[in-house]
Write a protein that binds this ligand. Sequence first.
Ligand SMILES: [Zn+2]
Ligand SMILES: [Zn+2]
Length: 250
Amino acid sequence: MGKATARIKYTRSLATSLAQFLENQRTYQGYNTELSNFLARKHELEAQAAKIQSQIEQQRRPAQVEYETLTQSHLFRLAYLKLMVLLPLLIIGALLLVKMRSSLYYPLVLGYGIAIIIKVFLVIYDYFPSKYLKYVVIIGLIVVVAKLLVYFIRAVAFPKTQWLLTQYREAYESFLCPVCEYPIRTGPRKFLFWTRHTVNKVVLPKDNPEDKPYTCPVCGTNLFEQCTKCQGIRHSLLPYCQHCQTEKTI
Ligand SMILES: [Zn+2]
Ligand SMILES: [Zn+2]
């Protein structure tokens, strides 16, 4: 009797387990199906992402090209504006160098000129990315600077040029020493005061004493001297005697 009961119990438990097993199996298969669905979905989404990625890549290329073009033209504009400011300053520096070469403040002007040249080179170096163009511009600038230097050196080495004669002429016309600009106080102008701007407004006294040789009291330059030929008083720094046309090398 006991044996039969045990057998029934066993059979029942077996049936329950089997049912449980089958149930689990079904759930498992359900999950499996779900998993493979998800995998398929994942592949589909990945394919879609790759497609979009390639689309972005295609659209990025023209954008990149346009960005580079715009950056380039922006840099050119900046460089152009900077050079438009710097080049007049460079020209002013060159003029000052030539004009003030005997001045006390010459080193100041020289420093200014060198600083401007360095700045110009830096701007060219930064803003002209194409090596070829960069070197063309730099060589061009070197030529310009060399020409200015040659002009400057010639002006120093050959001071008795047309340019110097013009300076002398203008100074004599204003009755100012051509070397130091101190007024030439000779003849009726002996007790007067004037500058380059007021020279024509000065009223001269009526009496006109005779001409005498004259030396600038400030710099000691001989300004009026006796002509070696006619003994008249002539300009020491101009080529011809006003009385006898004798030419003198300046
Ligand atoms: Zn003088
Ligand atoms: Zn003479």
